[in-house]
Design a protein around this ligand. Structure first.
Ligand code: SF4
Ligand code: SF4
Length: 285
């Protein structure tokens, strides 16, 4: 009953996501906004019914439309930066749209888990499709912990710099803008090529170690009732799930112990729950 209530409230939030900006701001009901809501809606339904294969067509469509067609428009990082710029300038009347964009995405992630990063984001999609499992490198867990901190620093910069200097910075250093617009300076091209090359061996390096939006959504995901959980009572510690978790969200610090989960880097791909022979891992909320 409680789960039903949560899911119902989550789907109502998605409806709000669709309707609120046109109602409150009088802005045209843009195709971009409608598609984002639709993608999140499909992702939430597919995840609910364990149709994990739907993730790939959704990501491919997102790369095509939000990425190449709209020039990487689906970047809520920009909304967060705009919010801080307007706050810094004291232009409170302009706050509403970016505030709604950021807040509702956070609310959706709270109810359903981080389906945005795992199932919808075009930048994550590019890295996902490039990753080659047979060449995959699993980094030492402590190195992963260390590298993950970088994105929290980037997030702090994303909040503080626009507030102080009243302009957006991230778009100037976002390598994926260059990829989707086929235009940008040489240094960005070099950064982009580095990330694309790395993505062949390391699962989603930009998402896991550099993306400020991923950092923010990961923090919310940590408290989501829709997050993955491991039942340590029934777990046989055979590591079937950790081998399948490319993002290393599932990891073991000591051999023979049940896996730990770093929820912030879980993309709800469902690989772990599909592989656990005892069914002791999955979404409980
Ligand atoms: S971490 Fe950033 S780039 Fe990666 S999927 Fe999430 S929002 Fe997109
Ligand atoms: S394998 Fe499991 S823990 Fe790892 S990212 Fe996918 S859903 Fe999350």
């Amino acid at each position: 009953m409680r789960n039903l209530w949560f899911r119902g409230t989550g789907f109502l939030t998605l409806l709000l996501f669709l309707l609120l900006p046109p109602i409150l701001i009088g802005q045209a009901w843009t195709l971009r906004w409608t598609l984002l809501t639709l993608f999140l809606f499909v992702a939430a339904l597919a995840y609910r019914f364990r149709l994990f294969w739907v993730r790939y067509p959704l990501l491919a469509l997102s790369i095509g439309y939000f990425g190449f067609y709209e020039g990487s428009c689906l970047c809520e990082t920009g909304a967060l930066e705009s919010l801080m710029v307007f706050l810094g300038l004291g232009r409170f009347s302009a706050l509403l749209l970016p505030l709604i964009r950021v807040l509702l995405l956070l609310v959706v992630v709270f109810f359903f888990g981080n389906l945005f990063c795992g199932w919808v984001c075009q930048k994550g999609g590019v890295q996902e499709f490039l990753y080659r499992e047979r060449w995959g490198l699993k980094l030492p867990v402590r190195v992963v912990f260390f590298l993950e901190r970088i994105r929290y620093l980037v997030l702090a910069g994303l909040i503080v710099l626009p507030l102080l200097f009243h302009r957006r910075f991230f778009r100037e250093v976002d390598p994926f803008r260059l990829l989707f617009n086929l235009d940008g300076p040489l240094f960005l091209l070099l950064i982009l090529l580095t990330f694309l090359l790395l993505s062949l061996f390391v699962y989603r390096p930009f998402c896991r170690f550099f993306c400020p939006l991923g950092a923010l959504l990961g923090l919310v995901h940590r408290f989501s009732p829709g997050r993955i959980r491991v039942d340590h009572e029934t777990c046989r510690a055979d590591q079937a799930c950790t081998k399948e978790c490319f993002s290393q969200a599932l990891h073991t610090l000591k051999a023979g112990e049940p896996p730990e989960l770093n929820t912030q880097n879980c993309y709800l791909c469902g690989q772990c729950s599909s592989r656990c022979p005892k069914g002791c891992i999955g979404r409980k909320g």
